[in-house]
Design a protein around this ligand. Structure first.
Ligand SMILES: O=C(O)c1cccc(O)c1O
Ligand SMILES: [Fe+2]
Length: 282
């Protein structure tokens, strides 16, 4: 069993690094941790980075999870290898680019690029962004899946994810007490469906709704409230059409052993209990 501890980072190819920087700092509200020649490292918490935009193909998207230690990373590599996934061990240069001690890369059954990392770097300075979006941290990602049931089995049986709730066949899965860290969204191929950051209060969600609307950032869905996690949310579109979500008040699963996933119907009211409709169902 591969024990995912937490999300580590997302790496996104950017068609225009300057646009990505402008969006990340002036709209989303992340802090530039480091500006390298062909890459931009962005912070949302006390880590050195949780999002990296690099000059490259926007379809080149990777989600990374933290693993406890090198032994467990080796075991994860062996498990994936035995299941027929091609496993790439990060070279020292690649580790430096990711600010981690070690990592392996592989693809999930849909073809999503996943990295498992040990010892992601922290930064002694606290996260302090120039735009006050109220971000308290990087919380979950949605991944596209071409077969929700197959991929749910991969994340829950090969890895340690547990299903907290389902909307139709879409699984919202946790790897710790937080309601979900990975959501699987049906799609035609691999890729990141959305990237979620938590914000401090309802006020932050609504303040951002007006702030982003004023900047002509496309609002994709919300403001609304998810019946599943209970979170108040706003989805909006960033560079290269990537969707970002702010949310506040995501439930924690207190009874880890006793929790039974709830089944919600595949219908709009399962995504927003206030009646918001998604502007771009994907
Ligand atoms: O927070 C949720 O429950 C949720 C539900 C559906 C889709 C999402 O992106 C979510 O974050
Ligand atoms: Fe989400």
């Amino acid at each position: 069993m591969i024990e995912l501890r937490d999300l580590a980072y997302v790496r996104l190819g950017a068609s225009n690094l300057e646009d990505a920087q402008s969006f990340a700092t002036k709209s989303l509200g992340l802090q530039v941790g480091e500006q390298a020649k062909q890459a931009l490292y962005l912070r949302s918490d006390d880590r050195a980075h949780t999002l990296c935009y690099f000059e490259g193909d926007p379809q080149d998207q990777t989600v990374a999870f933290e693993i406890a230690d090198q032994d467990k990373l080796n075991a994860a590599g062996a498990t994936l290898d035995a299941l027929g996934h091609a496993v790439h061990a990060g070279t020292p240069d690649e580790c430096a680019l990711r600010k981690v001690k070690a990592f392996i890369g592989f693809k999930d059954p849909t073809g999503n690029q996943i990295e498992l990392v040990v010892r992601p770097e922290r930064n002694g300075k606290r996260y302090f962004a120039t735009r006050d979006a109220g971000i308290t941290g990087f919380s979950h990602v949605g991944l596209f899946t071409t077969d929700p049931l197959r991929d749910e089995l991969f994340w829950t049986q090969v890895c340690n994810a547990r299903v907290s709730d389902r909307i139709g066949d879409i699984a919202l899965m946790r790897v710790n007490a937080i309601h979900h860290t990975v959501a699987l969204a049906p799609g035609r191929g691999p890729g990141v469906h959305h990237i979620n950051h938590q914000v401090e209060s309802n006020d932050d969600v609504l303040r951002s709704y007006y702030h982003l609307s004023g900047q002509r950032v496309p609002i994709v869905f919300g403001p609304g409230r998810h019946p599943t996690s209970g979170a108040r949310f706003l989805y909006f579109q960033g560079p290269d059409a990537m969707v970002f979500e702010y949310s506040v008040g995501v439930d924690e699963i207190e009874d880890e052993e006793g929790h039974r996933p709830r089944q919600f119907g595949f219908e709009p009211s399962s995504l927003c209990m206030w009646g918001a409709r998604s502007g771009r169902p994907r």
